[in-house]
Structure formats: structure tokens, C-alpha cells
Design a protein around this ligand. Structure first.
Ligand SMILES: N[C@@H](CCC[C@H](N)C(=O)O)C(=O)O
Length: 287
């Protein structure tokens, strides 16, 4: 599936007690036929009143605490299967609720943002008035500096720019910043330009996945950071390379993300090796 071009493999692990292995994820990501950004593995619920436990893997095999676009894909897959429209999920980071609307768009309550530096986590206290020294450009005139830092369950840094986000070499700066010592668990790195009280443009270099066409949790982290800085109102349309996501920061402190999800193909996966066989009718149609 995909969520605004964020490539997602939704893997049904219900009724099994094993897991998608990191090696399987790495093998699947290396195959052009199954290239993906994240795996959303749907497991049997571990708690009453939840529909499923969802485990999230990046294409480098690492486990993530949140994936907004992937959650919308899970909702669409389960809504098609069950006819339900309201869901409650458990992830490593906590409980999330989600809803598929009549128009097909999906809202996910991504929970409460975290700004406490120890919980993001950062290696030391950091205020966005302090520059992160970059290994590029002159030290007294860095290309990107003073990010907002926040967690949506997963760590994010958002660098604000006044001009076009496409003018920055995120593929070059992203890996340097992802591994900056300020981020002991690495971080998702975004460049954002606020264009009005209700809109911004955002590009993201994802921890464990690299450049993606959309990152839902980054859109949430960027929106709440812009709202805290009084740059926007509490509802923000975040334009990512794959299209728009609407982010609302509710008075109860929860962040709700709304956007689409799209089915692409299906097949059978060996969760130990990553061997994948596309469903027969789809293979024939592709020939
Ligand atoms: N694409 C995602 C984020 C996936 C996890 C991230 N790369 C991490 O490691 O934290 C989204 O839509 O939120």
C-alpha cells in the first residue's frame, strides 16, 4: 500500500506467534519488486478492547515507535476486511485510535506530542535558539540550524527555512543529522517552510528509511512545533512531496492526522526470509 507515496508493506501476522525478522525486512527492501519504506505488521491484540497490535519496521530493519502513513494503510486494509470504520491499535509507543471516513480519507489520533528532551530522547537539553553545528558550509553561517525537536512517539527534528524546501540537499544533510550525537536513538530530519497561518511545505529524511514522499509523524511534529512558535493556527495543511495531510492539534493535546491510503498489490510473505510471491491473478495481469 502507500500513504501519499510513503511505501508501506502491510503484513498480516494474526494467528501466528512469530515476527517479521529484521533480515527479512532488509531482503524485501533490497528487491525492486517489494521495495518499501516501512512494514506495518498486524498482530493479534495484546490487550482487550484493541483491534490489533501493530509493529513497525523501517526498511533498514530497525523498529519504529510511530508511522502515521502506515497506520492509515492498516486502517484501510482492516476496514475493507471487516466493514468497520473505527479502530483502536496498540503499538510499542501506546494506544492509538483511528477512523475511516465516508469519503475514504482516514484520521489517526497520533496521541500527545512530547517536548521533554529526555523523552524525545536527546543526549542533552536543547533549545531551538541553540545552533546544531553542521559539518557543511561555514560554521558561522550554517545552511540549516536551530531545529525544533519533538517526539510523536518517535524522534523528530524540524529545520525551518524561509525559502523553497526543494533548494536544500536533504539527501546529503539528512544522514549527517539523523546520526548527530544530539540524537541517541537517531532522528527523523525534516525541512519545513511555513507559507501561511494554515499551510506549510515539508520534506523529510526518515530515520532508517532515507528520503520518503511522505512522513505522517513528521507532519504532526512539524505542525505542533509551528503552532508552539505561533507561526500557524491549530489546524495545518502540511504539503509533503506525495500530497497534502491535514494536522489538527486538539485542545485535549492530541494530534489528529487526516489523509488517504492506497492499495497496490498483495501476495504471500515468508516473515523469516522475506521471500515474497505476488498473488497469481496480479502476476498474470502484470505480464
Ligand atoms: N513514515 C512514517 C515514519 C516511520 C518511522 C520513522 N522512520 C522512524 O524511524 O521513526 C510516518 O508516516 O510517520
Amino acid at each position: 500500500m502507500n500513504g501519499l507515496g510513503n511505501q508501506i508493506l502491510v503484513v498480516d501476522m494474526r494467528g501466528r506467534d512469530d515476527q517479521v525478522l529484521p533480515e527479512a525486512a532488509i531482503a524485501l527492501a533490497a528487491d525492486p519488486a517489494t521495495r518499501f519504506d516501512q512494514i506495518m505488521a498486524i498482530h493479534d491484540p495484546k490487550r482487550d478492547l484493541t483491534d490489533a497490535y501493530v509493529r513497525i519496521l523501517n526498511c533498514d530493519g530497525s523498529e519504529a515507535q510511530a508511522c502515521g502513513n502506515g497506520m492509515r494503510c492498516v486502517v484501510q486494509a482492516l476496514a475493507a476486511e471487516t466493514g468497520k470504520s473505527l479502530f483502536t491499535f496498540q503499538t510499542i509507543a501506546g494506544i492509538l485510535t483511528a477512523q475511516e471516513h465516508e469519503d475514504g480519507l482516514i484520521s489517526v489520533d497520533m496521541g500527545e506530542p512530547i517536548f521533554d528532551w529526555q523523552k524525545i530522547p536527546l543526549s542533552e537539553e536543547f533549545r531551538d535558539t541553540r545552533m546544531i553545528e553542521l559539518q557543511i558550509g561555514p560554521i558561522d553561517a550554517p545552511v540549516l540550524h536551530s531545529p525544533s525537536v519533538a517526539s510523536m512517539g518517535n524522534p523528530h527534528a524540524i529545520f525551518w527555512v524561509d525559502d523553497d524546501v526543494w533548494g536544500y540537499e536533504l539527501d546529503r544533510f539528512g544522514p549527517i543529522l539523523e546520526h548527530h550525537p544530539l540524537f541517541p536513538e537517531r532522528a527523523n530530519i525534516s525541512i519545513a517552510q511555513v507559507t501561511s497561518r494554515s499551510e506549510m511545505t515539508l520534506r523529510t529524511w526518515e530515520r532508517g528509511a532515507g528520503l520518503t514522499r511522505a512522513c505522517g509523524s513528521a507532519a504532526c511534529a512539524a505542525a505542533v512545533s509551528a503552532i508552539r512558535k505561533r507561526m500557524t493556527d491549530r489546524t495545518v495543511t502540511v504539503h509533503v512531496p506525495g500530497g497534502p495531510l491535514v494536522i489538527e492539534w486538539l485542545q485535549n493535546n492530541h494530534v489528529v492526522m487526516t489523509g488517504p491510503a492506497e492499495w497496490e498489490f498483495s501476495g504471500a510473505l515468508d516473515p523469516r526470509t522475506g521471500a515474497f510471491t505476488r498473488d497469481a491473478e496480479q502476476s498474470e495481469a502484470a505480464q
